[in-house]
Ligand binder design. Structure first.
Ligand SMILES: Nc1ncnc2c1ncn2[C@@H]1O[C@H](COP(=O)(O)OP(=O)(O)OP(=O)(O)O)[C@@H](O)[C@H]1O
Length: 309
């Protein structure tokens, strides 16, 4: 369990993290979201004991990071932003170096190295110097060092940054596999990542916590959630759609021709629309039930503070 109380960080007079309080329980895969400069990395560095808080407290498994940082760091795997490593070492040398730092010994050490190399799929690059690896492989080496000692808590700063779509998919699956019983905190800019792997979303902006709930709740904040969009193959009179029971509003995107029908709060309109277009034989190419647009909600939440001053 992680428990954070009134956490703040100042860089000189600038408040980068502003009075954060939250608890995270095992099994939580937290997507830690925020625009550039929101304070994500600073918060992660404080959680891992790399940066002392200016104010507030962090308890991890009921120990204070203030007095017990060393013990706490044994329970944490941390992938910092950019995944720094010793570039002149080969992957094999680097992982052994990390195994030394983590004091892994004997059969357990062997087993952990084998497991991690296999899971993160580093077998083909073990003898390559890290400096010569692609960005994607460097990221994977960073991930491997973070999980080598099988920590209960994983803190990953933009783990899929620089990876191609296949590698992203692989790393997300890896995180899902690892996350049973563990706490995983992932900082990311990528909203689809949150929907794909996280069961909790925390959004910060200007160092303050703006949202803390499930991805589902986040999605439901979108006015597009449960809206129905359709595309016509040629022009037709669709004005009757706006009059259907439960339809609040109809919007037509003049550029793309996409028609979106928004429901009244709590109403489901897909079936009524489907029936209407079928009965009238309207020339509808696609009819889609929207699940909500996370990018729009993210923008609303993170720009709200500007309006609030
Ligand atoms: N060592 C430092 N000294 C002074 N200011 C800093 C320092 N580190 C970060 N900051 C500032 O604190 C704010 C928060 O930075 P932080 O790196 O935590 O944000 P972030 O959410 O991780 O951003 P990004 O998504 O761009 O990585 C930014 O305005 C940044 O410029």
């Amino acid at each position: 369990m992680i428990s954070v109380k009134n956490l703040s960080k100042f860089y000189d007079h600038f408040k980068a993290v502003d009075n954060l309080s939250f608890d995270i329980a095992p099994g939580n895969i937290v997507g830690f979201l925020g625009p550039n400069g929101a304070g994500k990395s600073t918060t992660m560095k404080m959680l891992t004991g790399f940066l002392p808080p200016s104010e507030g407290e962090i308890f991890i498994k009921e120990r204070s990071i203030d007095s017990d940082a060393k013990a706490i760091q044994r329970d944490i795997g941390y992938l910092p932003e950019g995944a720094p490593a010793y570039g002149d070492m080969t992957v094999w040398q680097f992982l052994h170096f990390i195994a030394d730092v983590r004091r892994l010994k004997g059969a357990h050490r062997k087993e952990r190295l084998y497991d991690v190399i296999h899971r993160v799929e580093l077998g083909d690059v073990l003898n390559r110097p890290i400096d010569n690896l692609s960005k994607g492989f460097k990221r994977r080496v960073g991930l491997a060092q973070a999980i080598l000692h099988d920590p209960d808590i994983l803190i990953l700063d933009e783990p899929t940054d620089g990876l191609d779509p296949n590698q992203k998919h692989h790393v997300r699956q890896l995180i899902e596999d690892l996350s049973r019983e563990k706490i995983v905190i992932i900082s990311t800019h990528i909203l689809e990542e949150v929907a794909a792997v996280c069961n909790r979303v925390m959004i910060i902006a200007d160092g303050q916590l703006r949202f803390d709930d499930t991805p589902e709740v986040l999605r439901h904040r979108s006015r597009f959630c449960n809206a129905v969009s359709l595309r016509l193959s040629y022009a037709a009179d669709i004005s009757g759609l706006a009059e259907l029971d439960g339809v609040d509003e109809m919007e037509i995107d003049r550029k793309t021709g996409l028609v979106t029908l928004f429901p009244e709060p709590g109403k489901h309109i897909f079936h009524a629309i489907n029936e209407y277009v079928t009965q009238r034989r309207l020339p509808v190419d696609t009819l889609t039930l929207e699940t909500g647009r996370l990018d729009e909600v993210f923008r609303d939440i993170t720009t709200a503070e500007v309006a609030n001053g």
